[in-house]
Design a binder for this molecule. Sequence first.
Ligand code: 4NP
Length: 154
Amino acid sequence: MEKQSILFVCLGNICRSPLVEAVARRRCAEAGLEVTLASCGTGNWHAGKGADPRMLRAAAAAGYDLSRHRARQVRPGDFDGYDWVLAMDEDNLEALLSMRRGRGAPAELFLPWAGVASPREFPDPYFGDSDGFRDSVALAERAVDGLIARLRGG
Ligand code: 4NP
């Protein structure tokens, strides 16, 4: 089977999508799945910056290292470079669909794509407290279980 590639997309690329990328990277390696994984944001405010320190801490507490992450903004060429472009929420998806204009990789909502029925959108922890960041890690792990099942299923 050809190596599959997935780009995870949120707004700032400092909280949700780098977390999902890191969880998926480790779990796919553990599962022996060869997948190319990356993340980016629809916005450019944090481009070049590291992950949000609160996300970095919550991820580290669960064993995921976000220290080397650097944020970048999505670009039209991404739709030619990945098999799937997966958005964390409806706003991100709308931005992606208007950039995609019907070409290249499909853009979909990440959680339903991964078989998570509820929630459909990955809650944005940025304006919340530390509980939100811990919840993000648990949700990312749950969704990545579904991602692995989907990739294994073909
Ligand atoms: P993310 O979280 O999209 O999960 O990386 C956010 C990061 C930054 C902002 C909002 C959400 N912001 O408004 O700067």
